[in-house]
Write a protein that binds this ligand. Sequence first.
Ligand code: PHE
Length: 373
Amino acid sequence: MIRRTVLLIPFLFVLASCSKKQEVGIPVGQFGSLTGAQATFGQSTDNGVRLALDEVNAAGGVFGQPLRLITKDNQSKPGETSTAVRELITRNKVVALIGEVASGRSLEAAPIAQRSGIPMITPASTNEKVTEAGDHIFRVCFIDPFQGTVCAKFARKLGAKKAAVLTDVSKDYSLGLAKSFKEEFLKEGGVITGQQSYSGGDKDFSAQLTAVKADTPDIIFLPAYYTEAPLIIRQARQLGITVPFIGGDGWDSPELVAVGGPAVEGCYFSNHFSNQSTNPKVVEFVKAYRAKYNTDPDAMVALGYDSLKLLADAMKRAGTTDPAKVTAALAATKDFDGVTGKITLDAHRNPNKPAVILQVKDGKFSYVETIAP
Ligand code: PHE
């Protein structure tokens, strides 16, 4: 009996080191909304990150070592992101983080990454405050002061003089975007007729929409996520509001059309990327994505893809996976050739990139124009 135990112990050691050996590669953490209210955000990003991961690892990884992705799901719930990020840092010992889409959840993660000295790249959070958490926090997307300006300029270009604004007061994203839209629309000589608010998760918007209708706006700015935007637009159409709605990147999901149907036809939103682009780099990317996932990539796919590619590039430039050195390399990013455009990070770790305007046409997101910074 005693002899058996003695023999078993070294065997268990061998087993433990075998399973460790299987975990080869540089640990990179990802956190996102893979399930829950905004699941298409997290799933799209994850698909894009994985396509980039396959490509980086097939090309030999980073200085001969593959990247190993560890993904945690925050279920779209507040509070879950901090747990996920702490676990990725302390238990999984990740050297860098990719996440999130929703600005509110990136704002939850950023101080933790900053305090731990781990670089974090948010693929898609556009709220200005996210990268203000500190010098370890980066993003590959434009910011809302620009996106709001883009939407206001486009609304004026459509000939709108009076705009109503409907804000989701539960989201930093919506509040920030509403603010920059209003400022620019007024600056461009427009009038804001009515300002209404709601809270993410609400289902009945008739009170707000009745007030909006009475103000007779030419256009309605709706900085919402896809979870509420199609419900609001459908209810507006039922109330006889026929003017176009304009939104931001948060509309980007197949659910917008699936839920909104004919009500969302003709509406516009600003975005980071159009999968109809004829840029050869984008064409190749769309082809590779279709081959792997059998569907078209949205903006979060493209931004997730660019995030992982940029991280691998920064590690190569740093010549090490040491988080402090990777942070420095990320800060020095210049003319990185992404599928969402050229990425040069400024002193606030934000890129300066153009936005595209898309219009819902026959249930598809059809490219209208590019608006440069
Ligand atoms: N920009 C949004 C936010 O900050 C998230 C988003 C990005 C949604 C891209 C869709 C597409 O919350």
